[in-house]
Design a protein. Sequence first.
Length: 286
Amino acid sequence: MRATMWRPTILAHPSRGLALGVLLALAGIAGDPALTSADDDIWGGIAKDVFGARPIMDDSGMVLLDAPYRAEDAAIVPIKMTIPAAVAARARTLTLIVEKNPAPVVAAFTFGDAAGLGDRTISTRVRVDMYSNVRAVVELDDGTLHMATKFVKAAGGCSAPALKDMDAALAGIGKMKLRSLPPPAGTSGEARSSPTSEALVMVRHPNYSGMQMNQLTGLYIPAKFVEFMELRKGDRLIFSMTGGISLSEDPNIRFSYAPAVPGDLSVVARDTDGKTYATSAPATGS
């Protein structure tokens, strides 16, 4: 059984523009005094919403998570997730959660057979709204769930002003870059023949959270973000991603894939306005 991703309903009021729906995941928890005494209780509510009653094994080594203890910028916190080669072939989905964000589920990745059999890695940048646990949960082919957790000190990432003004952000929206990455300099011959290579996809998109204010009008900017992305090698799936407001502005994802699969790399993305963007690139460096 696949993990079901909790999806926010975005409600944009013309005078507020606040993404009210994304607060619902925590609203019931915050309103119950019995559940505000411990972070574990907050996580328990989120885990039930996203994964149901299934147990989640923590620190099992089935997934690794790198995140800064103290982030330099709460709006672009770097995150790296790794599924070791020993279990990569069994990985179905990978879900990234920032526990105390208004919409805790950052993204859920569903793997295809072009994801590769070596260490499976996904790196991206996220918004962190307050000091929070960040969790990566992998589901294996037997339905078991395994989790890695890091505590990150950051605040204000979901409401931080956009890096560009609205006109500039919207003018370049949807521009994409996709490129395969060569092995690091000095990589040994054995490593160069690894069953996985890496690539990077970048999407020009403001990824408005619904909690940011237009500095000129004083009104909140309605939520508008990349909600779906699919990466392929030839006609075979590397992964598909369902995303939310917690992905940073101009989302970029560095990922591993199977170089032995024939064909070029390609990506299709869709935002909450229903606009789609696509590009492709040769799989060089593999």
